[in-house]
Write a protein that binds this ligand. Structure first.
Ligand SMILES: Cc1cc2nc3c(=O)[nH]c(=O)nc-3n(C[C@H](O)[C@H](O)[C@H](O)COP(=O)(O)OP(=O)(O)OC[C@H]3O[C@@H](n4cnc5c(N)ncnc54)[C@H](O)[C@@H]3O)c2cc1C
Length: 420
């Protein structure tokens, strides 16, 4: 084994060259760190944004190059050393880590931005090659190849990614069925009135949606694959996409002695339980700014904003706290869904109708009529401006009565001055 290279010390090391890792590497340099920055990731690509993988990239409206967050030139200019390797162990006492290519890297501060790995279908036949998952560029390219007109796609999981892929596949002319085990789409993160509208939209656009049914087994047939369901029925398809979520891979941090829960446990400064090691992005479980409860966010916004805070705190100057409110969006056909803040903390809610085409925002208020969250839905071109304003209102935690928020005559902009 190689010994740590003392000439490259002190160094900042980031494990995971995805969205959060890429952004953090750049932020370290921008914040003035002069010595080495090592960005270690096991994908062959430079950091890129994942949202297009289920949307524009899948439909061919965006290229892989357009998803990139950092180019060769950016890495060179920022003097970021990129390692295409897997980190296999961390020695938190000696402050160095070992890579799958045998290298050992010392660190002054270390950021874990390792995201999550996709859940696979653990049923008989779940490992057939026709059963796919979607997390990276390679997965998207493989899936795109199969989504040609008239191909039969069966999506298991009516969550955001499953529904986005269903919408993209319809655009590509595929026959699409979605199977969801719960009684409604998109789980608990989205309120029922919005999930009802999304369900109606998918059915209107030709997707067969089955709720409350779970897959039992998959068998190859002469013409494709057949999935048998718990209710005794079965569905034939050419391709199955398992869109059943991700789980952080906690083996590495656990072996290094870090406290873990549903993710790597960090405080408001994104510091783990071990000095010098931080975690951010999908892998981090952190205290919510509104409730203090531990949460894990699998969103673009979380990866983007935690990267900046983690980088600042790795520099060991004045510690910054992560105070950003949750926010995510999902694009399905020409519609957009947004959820902001923490609707679960609400004492009451009120609905504002945005247009005559089903556009709406549900605002969530605490007991003092202070906004703690909102969920918006509608045709993107018609509701984008209102959803942006709703997000600003939630971010500023304005106080307003339910009636005022629901009244279409109230200009949302006029409420901005009610900031808490
Ligand atoms: C298809 C898809 C669509 C999405 N759409 C939306 C959307 O519309 N809106 C939204 O808000 N969010 C969306 N997201 C979520 C968003 O993209 C993620 O939250 C974000 O990418 C998380 O960034 P991250 O850096 O934490 O993890 P990632 O971007 O997953 O990066 C982690 C990286 O670490 C690498 N890694 C893991 N372990 C190791 C190791 N031991 N050694 C080296 N490398 C390692 C992984 O291979 C990966 O490259 C989408 C995600 C996907 C997959």
């Amino acid at each position: 084994m190689q010994t740590p290279d003392s000439t490259s010390s002190p160094a900042m090391v980031i494990v995971g060259a995805g969205h959060c890792g890429g952004r953090a590497a750049l932020a370290l340099r921008t914040a003035g760190w002069q010595a080495a920055i090592h960005l270690v990731g096991d994908e062959p690509h430079h950091p890129y944004e994942r949202p297009p993988l289920s949307k524009d990239l899948l439909t061919g409206d965006k290229t892989a190059e357009a998803c990139a967050l950092l180019s060769d030139a950016d890495l060179l200019e920022a003097r970021i050393t990129r390692h295409v390797a897997r980190v296999t162990s961390i020695d938190a006492t000696a402050r160095h880590l070992t890579l799958s290519d045998g290298q050992t890297l010392p660190y002054q501060s270390l950021l874990l931005a390792t995201g999550g790995k996709v859940r696979t279908l653990r049923i008989p036949g779940g490992d057939l090659p026709e059963v796919m998952t979607l997390r990276n560029l390679g997965d998207a390219a493989a899936l795109a190849q199969r989504l040609t007109p008239s191909q039969r796609l069966l999506v298991v999981g009516g969550g955001f990614i499953g529904l986005e892929v269903a919408a993209s596949a319809r655009k590509l002319g595929c026959e699409v069925t979605v199977v969801e085990g719960a009684p409604r789409l998109m789980g608990r993160a989205v309120p029922e009135p919005v999930t009802e509208r999304a369900l109606a939209l998918h059915r209107e656009r030709g997707v067969r949606v089955l709720l409350g049914v779970s897959p039992q087994s998959i068998t190859r047939t002469a013409t494709g694959v057949r999935m048998d369901l718990a209710d005794g029925s079965s569905i034939e398809a050419d391709t199955i996409l398992a869109g059943i979520g991700i789980e952080p891979d906690l083996a590495l941090p656990q072996a290094a002695g870090l406290a873990v829960g549903r993710g790597v446990l960090v405080n408001a400064h994104l510091q783990s339980s071990v000095p010098g090691i931080f975690a951010a992005g999908d892998v981090a479980e952190f205290p919510s700014v509104l409730s203090g409860q531990l949460v894990r966010q699998e969103t673009w916004h979380n990866a983007e904003t935690q990267a900046a805070i983690a980088a600042q705190n790795m520099l060991e100057g004045e510690l910054a706290a992560y105070t950003s409110l949750p926010w995510f969006w999902s694009d399905q056909y020409d519609h957009q869904l947004q959820v902001m803040g923490e609707p679960a903390l609400a004492a009451s809610s009120t609905t504002r109708t945005l247009d005559d085409a089903g556009g709406m925002v549900i605002f969530y208020l605490d007991a003092n009529n202070r906004l703690v969250g909102a969920c918006g839905w509608g045709q993107t071109s018609r509701v984008a401006k209102e959803l942006k304003l709703a997000r600003t209102l939630v971010e500023r935690r304005i106080t307003a009565s339910a009636d005022v928020l629901a009244n279409p005559a109230t200009k949302l902009k006029s409420l901005l001055s009610n900031a808490a």
